[in-house]
Write a protein that binds this ligand. Structure first.
Ligand SMILES: Nc1ncnc2c1ncn2[C@@H]1O[C@H](COP(=O)(O)OP(=O)(O)O)[C@@H](O)[C@H]1O
Ligand SMILES: [Mg+2]
Length: 250
């Protein structure tokens, strides 16, 4: 259920600009995520979705605007500080280490945690993915592509994120595995974790989201509740610049 009271915002992004050197990609992006909310970020290829996640998680400099997380200013925080604050980014096409075990991949994700704490977090993360928990002693490379994708998400969970940012977690997965990964998103939000979900699959993504933003050419072109009528249609129009943007804090 969407939470709209501003004091319950987890993430507040205002007027965000970022890009690569002289190439500006994001133009005044506004985004808010409440606690326990799943927010979808949709948009055509090249719209700037990955760039936005990178700017939020400290992988790319922010050239204007602000990022506040739990009321704390995290604009241009380092990736380590962003992760410590609770913002965890599972990068697009994330690949796991194929030569070491599933368990060791998870150990690496929690390298800086005290040993006992790390073990507990690994169990917590594996509890979401029984299919990889059963293979914890196998090499990462012995997992199917879909299972490797799940392992990448589990690595993010070892950080016990307050906000998990997933960049196209369903890319390259079979429909059954897509449903599996997206169902974990719902489980996470039921446990109070917020999720920013970047996806290409409109209908399946809307089904697990509370709110949706569409990005096109570096601008938010539509913001809506995920269950609003006629959304797939409106999103497509927004992608091509024929939808009037709705209120940014819808
Ligand atoms: N490393 C880079 N250097 C220069 N331009 C880039 C780089 N990465 C992405 N871009 C450009 O930034 C724009 C947004 O890309 P991206 O954020 O990857 O889009 P999306 O994730 O929505 O497909 C595109 O025009 C892309 O060509
Ligand atoms: Mg991308």
């Amino acid at each position: 259920m969407p939470i709209s009271a501003p004091e319950q915002s987890l993430l507040e992004v205002q007027g965000l600009e970022a890009g690569y050197g002289k190439i500006a990609v994001l133009h005044g992006v506004e985004l808010r995520i409440g606690k326990g909310e799943v927010v979808a970020l949709l948009g055509p290829n090249g719209a700037g979705k990955t760039t936005l996640l990178r700017a939020l998680s400290g992988l790319l400099p922010v050239t204007a605007g602000s990022v506040r997380f739990e009321g704390q200013d995290l604009t241009n925080a380092s990736p380590r500080d962003a992760a410590r604050a609770g913002m965890v980014h599972v990068i697009e096409g994330h690949r796991v280490f194929t030569q070491i075990s599933v368990a060791d991949n998870l150990e690496l994700a929690g390298y800086d945690l005290p040993r006992g704490e790390r073990a507990a977090r690994i169990e917590e993360a594996l509890a979401f993915f029984p299919e990889i928990a059963a293979k914890r002693r196998d090499r990462g490379g012995a997992l199917s592509g879909g299972q490797q994708q799940m392992l990448a998400v589990a690595q993010g969970l070892v950080r016990r994120p307050k906000l998990l940012m997933l960049d196209e977690p369903s890319a390259g997965l079979s429909p059954v595995l897509v449903d599996r990964v997206l169902s974990v998103v719902r489980e996470l939000c039921a446990k109070g974790t917020s999720v920013l979900l970047v996806e290409q699959l409109i209908e399946k993504t809307l089904a697990v989201s509370d709110r949706v933003h569409a990005l096109a050419q570096g601008r938010i072109v539509l913001s809506a509740g995920a269950k609003e009528a006629d959304l797939p249609h409106r999103l497509e129009r927004a992608y091509f610049g024929t939808e009037v943007p709705t209120a940014l804090h819808a």
